[in-house]
Design a protein around this ligand. Sequence first.
Ligand code: GLC
Length: 451
Amino acid sequence: MKIIIALLSLSLTATIPAQQIPDRDTRIDWWRDARFGMFVTWGLYSGLAGTWNGKPVPSDTNLEHAQRMVNADTYTYAAQAIPKFQPKKDFATDWARLAKQAGCRYVVFTTKHHEGFALHDSKLTQYDAGDILNRDLVREITEALRKEGLRVGFYHSVIDWHHPQYDYTRAKYPPYPQGNIAMTHGPRDHNRYIKYLHAQVDELLTNYGKVDIMWWDYSSFGFDGDKAWKAGDLMAMCYRKQPHIIMNNRLFRRPEAGFSMDGGADLSHPLDPKYGDFGTPEKYIPDDMDAKMDWETCMTMNHTWGYSEHDHDWKTAQTIIRQLIDSASKGGNYLLNIGPKGDGSIPQPSIDIMTAVGKWMDVNGEAIYGTSKSTLGKPAFDGRITSKGKTHYLHLFSRPESGQVSVPIAGNKAVLLADGKPLKVTTAKDRTTITLPAALPDPMASVIRLD
Ligand code: GLC
């Protein structure tokens, strides 16, 4: 019996053939319905807030890479950053409430970013919240999210600038902090880092109950998958621990896994489950109405993922709401980032944006949740369409001068979601024309439900 179990567990940790991965449609169903999630980029860099030695870090983007941008070794970095990372009590409750209020159905948060600092209480390192703060921030966050009924996603960086065996000469991107100083401690044994990576993910998937998403970040061309991370084994372990889990495609970076050669997303073919479940366009909504794989755009509200006190260039709530609509109208999800400060508090502009999105979603959520891309193609009016079976949602960004919009399908009932009032429809054979009120109710986007 023991031998059989040993053999079984051996075969389970070997690279998984795609057919052994639990059925994707079953696993991902809730996520396709959800359409909208919150991303949280938070770690030691958050306390630095884009400032190093009293001066702004020379970048207005990706401040979660502060260590790299100031070329600091891990000890110098930690010495400045740790004292500034002082999460206040119950910070996670505020995150969870905000996400819920905004209409997000799930939250993906950083369990470890490229700097290597683990937000959980890890037995494998002292560079973690357990040792440094005597807290388990991953537990605090997951519990707060679950209290609000939100699904839980773990962002986990496979890149690690702290681990002494992470071989930055092979893992070229992003560049290693102080990478110009060659191998000061002798050649690195990357396999030892891979063991550590797997063991930490094991902790994360063992000790925190149900985890809905693993959000990996990220690989380079030529150094990805099994070669870089023993990805097959890693994914097999995830399915063993959490059979229903879904994952993004960033343990890989190759055309078959949904990447174009310029490094962007290529959604034009189906994604084999052995590469993950969804593609990850970053900071843009693809133009493509014909994506052949599930996808999720991750988006910042200003320029940076991690908090910066210098970046005040915020998108408007209108832009954000329309991006959410745009994603849904093309069949994609929208993962909207916040970058809390070192004490866990959320920057006010982010609170304002999330609140505005929530107000819009309260009225118009049914035009986002559970919808698919527009089955009527691209609209002829200024706006977008989402579809749900025989119901179509017309998201109007402005009022056409004609005072009418028309769509290529015969419909019989149109109402504005804002007030539930029926609008006049005229239906020719395969076309419906809807007469609009003198003014549209919502400058963000006014939605008409057409049955
Ligand atoms: C990139 C950046 C990383 C950020 C991520 C979000 O991979 O390197 O800092 O968290 O994008 O998608």
